[in-house]
Design a binder for this molecule. Structure first.
Ligand SMILES: Cc1cc2ncn([C@H]3O[C@H](COP(=O)(O)O)[C@@H](O)[C@H]3O)c2cc1C
Ligand SMILES: O=C(O)c1cccnc1
Length: 354
């Protein structure tokens, strides 16, 4: 399947299923709308699957790992070797995403999209496009063909997970320097200014932040990404991890699966997918409000709002298993709460509290 076929195969949510889910929620023994975002999510999932009652217990966060050539410009406090080291830590079950996934009884899948060394682990899926991107202050991060190949990896991963019965997905990443590429994508696609688009990432001094801003401005000047062409933006100032995640968002919309957005890097990928086909947004579920500055502006550009605010700024996909608890709760209320009609059959004392 080529990219155009994928984009054309994405359809809107099922409106009649949403109406039925909404009617069921209004019939439950609670004041109308009182379960807030849990109700919104239950309705969204009904629209995605076409069913009122849904199971979302088989969950997986897809973690795309890749290196970024722009790290040579001193945009991260961490050395680029951390990408490989932390990818292995994730797989060994030791990292934040590993622990939170275990807690949520969720799986994760780690894909090497372009780590700059040839590391191996039995559970690491190698789909390496190349050994890290080029330095974006000198030219494009990757070719358009490489970007499309990376998108295809994400898309195919979702297809495989759908075939294996997964019904709730999440997006995560590991890639030193990827808050730089995320901010560059935000600025290129929306024209937002550098001071509201660039944060300190994994940790950065004030001087380091000023350098990071200069580097991003230079990358945008050298590459001249076309804001009306999301693939141009992605290939010029993005990363292989972000490109893979774009494919995950396209895949989730194509195969009609709900997909949770983690932090600033996943949300940058979500914005690229949204610009490629706005219907992808209907399948996205934001998780937490990342403290990284660009996050708020990316969410504004997407017109989405996160449900959790835990002052987190880790990445890896850590918002996803936390949000899985909430999404499972949303699926449970619409399935398991009683309706007023059901109670009136059992009880002479029912008072309709609506
Ligand atoms: C030990 C460590 C573990 C991490 N896990 C996720 N990130 C996060 O930080 C990186 C992005 O930040 P920047 O753009 O400033 O490099 C990404 O790898 C992201 O997943 C980490 C960063 C570090 C240092
Ligand atoms: O919000 C995130 O995803 C994030 C923030 C800082 C560093 N890495 C990731």
């Amino acid at each position: 399947m080529n990219l155009n076929q994928i984009l054309e195969g994405i359809k809107p949510l099922d409106e009649s299923a949403k109406i039925k889910a909404s009617a069921r929620l209004d019939s439950l023994i609670k004041p109308i709308g009182s379960l807030g975002k849990l109700e919104d999510i239950a309705i969204q999932i009904a629209g995605i699957t076409g069913e009122t009652i849904n199971s979302v217990e088989k969950k997986c966060t897809i973690i795309m790992a890749a290196d970024n050539g722009v790290v040579d410009e001193g945009v991260s406090t961490a050395p680029k070797e951390i990408t490989a080291i932390q990818t292995i830590n994730i797989l060994k079950g030791l990292a934040g995403i590993s622990v939170l996934s275990r807690q949520a009884k969720a799986d994760f899948k780690v894909i090497d999209m372009g780590i700059s060394s040839n590391i191996q682990h039995k559970d690491l899926i190698s789909k390496k496009i190349k050994l890290g991107t080029e330095n974006i202050t000198k030219g494009p991060a990757m070719t358009v063909e490489e970007a499309i190949n990376a998108i295809k990896v994400g898309f195919d991963t979702v297809e495989e997970l759908k075939n294996r019965g997964y019904n709730l997905l999440g997006t995560g990443e590991m890639g030193i320097g990827n808050t730089t590429t995320s901010s560059a994508i935000l600025m290129a696609l929306t024209g937002s200014n550098v001071d509201e688009s660039v944060g300190k990432g994994a940790g950065m001094t004030d001087e380091g932040l000023e350098n990071k801003k200069r580097v991003i401005l230079k990358a945008l000047e050298i590459n001249e990404p076309d804001k009306n062409d999301p693939i141009d933006v992605l290939s010029k100032v993005g990363g292989l991890d972000i490109a893979g995640l774009v494919g995950c968002f396209l895949g989730a919309a194509y195969y009609r699966l709900p997909i949770v957005i983690d932090g600033v890097i996943s949300s940058a990928a979500a914005l690229v997918a949204y610009r490629m086909n706005p219907l992808t947004k209907e399948y996205m579920i934001p998780s937490h409000f990342s403290k990284e500055l660009a996050y708020k502006h990316i969410m504004d550009a997407l017109g989405l709002e996160s449900s959790l605010n835990l002052n987190m700024r880790l990445g890896e996909g850590t918002g996803c298993p936390l949000m899985f608890h909430i999404v499972e709760s949303a699926a449970a209320i619409i399935k398991e709460m009683a309706t007023f009609d059901e109670l009136s059959m059992d009880s002479d004392f029912l008072v309709d509290i609506r």
